[in-house]
Design a protein around this ligand. Structure first.
Ligand SMILES: Nc1ncnc2c1ncn2[C@@H]1O[C@H](COP(=O)(O)OP(=O)(O)O)[C@@H](O)[C@H]1O
Ligand SMILES: [Mg+2]
Length: 256
């Protein structure tokens, strides 16, 4: 079983420390949710895990399959089995969803087995059809150019489809996008539920309590001021829904 181990992670943006010693382990087969007030560094964590150049790691490590992934390029992280939503947010006119998925899938297969010749096209068509049915997607979607004029919900579906094609062992989803409506949240949740199982570990980062009405996390963590301060089961999300974050702030924020 692979797991993602974040150990004492410190990250700065433009010399300002945002993550201040974050520890978290996400196991394959489990769904972990991170919740927290705005500005606590949730997106910073997601961008750091995907290797965004603006985020400077000043301490700590992130171990996956015996490697410190912070030393790897984003595409190497992907081939190792990490899926990072928002890794391909840009529109790629001229590249269809189907072609993109097939290229990504074959790169991942070659990373696992250098001898792999790629999935034969008929098999790929069958795979795509099955996954699109599972995700209740219109077949025509596969022939559209990636993210070109996609609505928020369509981008989310494309992302989930990428997840199905890449078969990651760990998926990290940052649902910070304020443009996400309830339908898009539901698409993400249904996709994650349809794909999750003993082989996929998921880290969902969200400030929407309601997302967790659809995705059932095994563990919920509360983040405050660059650290995980509380961890618990799904009941912790319910508690937050009723009580908000004030009690967390009172318990953990230093008196200025
Ligand atoms: N590109 C940036 N440049 C400077 N400060 C940033 C940048 N991005 C985020 N920050 C700051 O980092 C802190 C954490 O932001 P973020 O990780 O987006 O929090 P969250 O996702 O929890 O709302 C905030 O204080 C924010 O203002
Ligand atoms: Mg955010």
């Amino acid at each position: 079983m692979s797991q993602l181990e974040i150990r004492n992670l410190h990250v700065s943006i433009e010399d300002k420390e945002i993550l201040k010693g974050l520890d978290l382990t996400v196991e394959q087969g489990k769904v972990h949710a991170i919740m927290g007030p705005n500005g606590t560094g949730k997106s910073t964590l997601a961008y750091t895990l995907m290797g965004h150049p603006n985020y400077t790691v000043t301490g700590g490590e992130v171990i996956f399959k015996g490697q410190n992934i912070l030393e790897l390029e984003p595409d190497e992280r992907s081939r190792l089995g990490m899926f990072l939503a928002f890794q391909y947010p840009v529109a790629i006119p001229g590249v269809t969803v189907a072609n993109f998925l097939r290229t990504a899938m074959n790169a991942r297969r070659r990373a696992i087995n250098p001898e792999d010749k790629g999935m034969p096209i008929p098999e790929f068509r069958k795979f795509l059809k099955e996954k699109m049915e599972l995700l209740k997607m219109d077949h025509a979607f596969a022939g559209r150019y990636l993210n070109d004029g996609f609505s928020g919900g369509e981008k989310k579906r494309a992302e989930i489809l990428q997840m199905a094609a890449l078969k990651p062992e760990i998926a990290i989803l940052d649902e910070t996008d304020s443009g996400l409506d309830i339908d898009a949240l539901r698409i993400v949740a249904e996709g994650v539920n349809a794909l999750s199982g003993s082989e996929l570990g998921v880290l969902v980062i969200t400030h929407y309590q309601r997302l967790l009405n659809y995705i059932k996390p095994d563990y919920v963590h509360i983040m405050l001021d660059g650290r995980i301060v509380e961890s618990g089961g799904p009941d912790l999300a319910l508690h937050l829904e009723e009580q908000g974050y004030d009690w967390v702030r009172e318990k953990y924020e230093e008196v200025a």
